[in-house]
Design a protein around this ligand. Structure first.
Ligand SMILES: *[C@@H]1O[C@H](CO)[C@@H](O)[C@H](O)[C@H]1NC(C)=O
Length: 310
């Protein structure tokens, strides 16, 4: 069992052991990926260019869009090449880098969703104190904390996996270098790596998730007490849309990483992973922002301006 040097790598299995329609899957993922870039870029540019969108909520949404674009770019190009060629080779270093960025961006996404839920809770349930609580300093601190915590959390897992030994079996039954399949593949002791997933890894998902659930329960209580029913149904519809993407992201995430190792199924993992690696980054801008009147107005103005300048 000699330690793997950085030049010899792995082979990503993709979906080549499953029967499926290659063309249909390729095109579907390509369309979703293009939509992800377009929607998130539109959102980022309208937030930057419209002064009335310079509020805490839109700073968080802008950051979320940057994360969403990068998060899907970490996995989708390799996935598309997997579908085209059957299997895709990846170097050991490439694999670790992919895993680092995947966990880094995934953690930030999880933390940002929680910060945004708390922000909405303060804005809806505590509107009088909202502006003093969410000031510029707090805003920058919360966003920076999310980015730094994401980097440290990812570095920890990536470092531990980089110290594992890999023997003859170099076939990763997945479409990207994810934590669990790499740990499964190792022929050295993986106790520490698994322990880290169940302790620190689960905290990074479950704590933000609890904050979100508590925030939305409190928001729900305030909505029920609202006087006008049109306000109530508007608030209710936007909150239920938020909850839907939140359950899609955290539900699939929790079902993949935090279950007994004996329940491991690469087929289930690959199909369910698609939900949070590809679908959530596309849905976020539509669910959180593009249905919003303020954003629609800002977009319309942007489009008008770009035409009138010609
Ligand atoms: C991300 O958040 C920071 C700090 O709140 C803010 O300065 C920055 O403009 C945000 N980025 C985007 C693209 O909105």
């Amino acid at each position: 069992m000699n330690k793997l040097n950085l030049t010899s790598g792995f082979l990503l299995l993709g979906f080549s052991d499953l029967h499926y329609n290659h063309v249909a899957l390729f095109l579907t993922i390509l369309v979703i990926y293009t939509l992800t870039w377009t929607a998130n870029l539109l959102l980022i540019s309208s937030i930057i260019l419209s002064a009335h969108l310079h509020t805490p909520m839109y700073f968080f949404l802008g950051n979320l869009s940057v994360v969403d674009i990068s998060f899907s770019t970490v996995t989708v190009p390799k996935l598309l090449s997997c579908i085209l060629h059957g299997r895709a080779p990846i170097s050991f270093l490439g694999c670790l880098l992919q895993m680092f960025f995947f966990l880094f961006l995934g953690t930030i996404e999880s933390l940002l969703l929680a910060v945004m839920a708390i922000d909405r809770y303060l804005a809806i349930c505590n509107p009088l104190r909202y502006t003093s609580l969410m000031n510029c300093k707090v805003l920058v601190m919360l966003t920076c904390t999310s980015w730094v915590a994401g980097a440290l959390h990812s570095l920890l897992h990536t470092y531990v996996v980089s110290q594992l030994t890999y023997c003859e079996d170099r076939l990763i039954p997945h479409f990207f270098c994810d934590l669990t399949p790499l740990i499964k593949l190792s022929c050295s002791s993986t106790t520490l790596a698994e322990l880290l997933i169940y302790t620190i890894g689960s905290m990074a998902v479950i704590i933000p998730f609890l904050f979100i659930i508590i925030s939305y329960v409190l928001i729900g209580c305030t909505i029920v007490k609202m006087k006008t029913s049109s306000n109530r149904s508007k608030a209710f519809s936007s909150c239920s849309a938020h909850l839907m993407v939140i359950f899609l992201f955290y539900g699939t995430d929790i079902s993949i990483y935090f279950r007994p190792p004996s329940d491991y199924s690469s087929q289930y993992d690959r199909i369910v992973s698609m939900a949070y690696t590809i679908i959530t980054p596309m849905l976020n801008p539509f669910i959180y922002s593009l249905r919003n009147q303020d954003v629609k107005k800002a977009l319309k103005k942007l489009i008008m301006q770009s035409f009138s300048q010609r």
